[in-house]
Design a protein around this ligand. Sequence first.
Ligand code: RP5
Ligand code: MG
Ligand code: MG
Length: 271
Amino acid sequence: IFRHIICRNSVYPRSNVQRFPVPDEFVFWAENYAEYAPPFYTAPHIGGQSWADTPLPSDGAPPQWNHNDGQVNRVSFHGDYQIKDGLPQNPIGRTGLRGRGLLGRWGPNHAADPIVTRWKRDENGKVVSSSISGKKILQMVVIQRSDNKLWAIPGGMVDPGENVSVTLKREFTEEALNFSDKGNMVEQFFQHGEHIYNGYVDDFRNTDNAWMETTALNFHDENGTKVGQLQLEAGDDATNVRWTDIDARLKLHANHVDIVKEVVIKQDAHW
Ligand code: RP5
Ligand code: MG
Ligand code: MG
């Protein structure tokens, strides 16, 4: 069973709040952890933001937990989550921190991750295979995140009322093409995605009451003549962008490598 790691035992990002230590054996809520006393923290700057919920607990009507009202999707891919003391509970388990931290929503915060791939080619345009596995080498577009400096899938949050298919193309255009509209080719390219993953992301911002979930699709440029030949340019919250070879040495933000690995299996590529 999956246990989150990245969202435990560290100082919470952009703060000096130390998470309460959560050893492996106490991650799941079902394990009794009597000493557990995590601090409560919500980053001050998210107050009043249009993309953020209002503070909890409050006297007003609570958000519609486990429900999608067409604007905000509060449904988790992991089934109905519990509400404890008025706050939604992380479906994977303890993170050492209560509150929302840097996340706007209580409960699931839905993101979308476009995995844009092409085959590695030599200078003559011939596809390169690994001398070890004999399999073709995949390349993908990665961006360097400005918040933690880690390379990552160019993903982002689903805006209120936005269809995930729109988020996938929008975030790629913002972060890897610096908002430049490359016209119909990119539009067409993003209409043919292969579904890869729906669910929890082990993101460094997760808390006991707010967590990231994503929808990841693979957009593959088989001949390298579409997005595979575009000039990339980092934009928005990305400080760098590049094509990278995919293999067992790849290190990415959160547990993005687990998601990328699924693409490798589907494409029967070198790992
Ligand atoms: C990740 O954070 C998700 O998988 C997605 O890539 C990203 C969304 O957050 P922002 O990039 O908008 O910060 O964990
Ligand atoms: Mg973004
Ligand atoms: Mg992003």
